[in-house]
Design a binder for this molecule. Structure first.
Ligand code: SAH
Length: 248
């Protein structure tokens, strides 16, 4: 049970595995007015940057669960580096179906709603760990503008146009699930570049060091095609944001 290696190669230099800069992650933490001691559950916590920096900056405590051994190790190292290893813990495991033993004040899934089979299922999953009146965070893509055709959707690594909604519809969707959207921080094209363009240098450096390794051909193809594909489609059409929700 692990994340396929190509993901960890692509994002080897990333602390944040989504289109947020450190500044946007910090904006979100400030926007939520987190009280010291806020208990957090972060499903698909990646390299743990949200929990670790919010533990340092706001005194939150909590647990992250992630299926990647590489990212989970990075998260533990980051907690030690920031001096918060006594406040946060990182568990290697499958987060689909994960429910906390004790209910938390803030339950998050930032950029991995497939763990609950989509937005609705992930909201339901997080709700099982959240205390009444607690905050839920969902990180999710949306279309920045209407997608003209299926080719464009595929160019954004979506299955089809129906995979995502435009922003107002995504917000209405949360409402339809019985939640108020009480805050949001959105990626922009520059923060998307920090996420996506940073992957190309990681891949190129890896390829130069490992020309005969197993995924070398796949990495070469990706370097040949992804930058233009990203500029043509994803950068123009795909938005992303973290939405803070409270049950009505
Ligand atoms: N929330 C983190 C990571 C987002 S990237 C951040 O914003 O930086 C998506 C993450 O989902 C990866 O770390 C990947 O390892 C993790 N993941 C994918 N499937 C998972 C599953 N079934 N259970 C737990 N984590 C999963």
């Amino acid at each position: 049970m692990d994340l396929p290696r190509i993901f960890t190669l692509r994002e080897s230099s990333h602390r944040i595995h989504n289109p947020f800069t450190p500044g946007k992650l910090a904006d979100l933490g400030r926007a939520l007015h987190l009280a010291p001691g806020t208990r957090v559950l972060d499903l698909a916590s990646g390299s743990g940057e949200m929990l670790c920096t919010w533990a340092r900056d706001h005194g939150v405590t909590g647990t992250g669960v992630d299926i990647s051994t590489v990212f989970t190790e990075k998260a533990r190292a980051r907690a030690a580096e920031l001096g918060v290893a006594d406040r946060v813990a990182f568990v290697h495991g499958d987060a689909s179906g994960f429910v906390a033993d004790e209910r938390v004040d803030l339950a998050a899934c930032v950029g991995a709603t497939w763990i609950g089979g989509g937005v609705a299922g992930t909201v339901e999953l997080l709700a099982r760990s959240l205390r009444p009146g607690g905050l839920m965070l969902i990180g999710e893509p949306y279309w920045r503008k209407e997608v003209p055709d299926r080719e464009t959707a595929l160019g954004c690594h979506a299955g089809d146009e129906g995979d995502f909604l435009v922003l107002p519809e995504l917000i209405e969707r949360f409402g339809g699930l019985g939640y108020d959207v009480v805050e949001m921080v959105l990626a922009d094209q520059d923060s998307w570049d920090r996420y996506r363009a940073a992957q190309w240098l990681n891949l190129r450096r890896w390829l130069d060091a490992h020309p005969d390794d197993e995924p070398a051909a796949e990495v070469r193809t990706e370097l040949d095609t992804e930058p233009a594909r990203y500029a043509r489609y994803q950068r123009e059409y795909l938005g992303w944001g973290v939405f803070a929700l409270m049950a009505r």
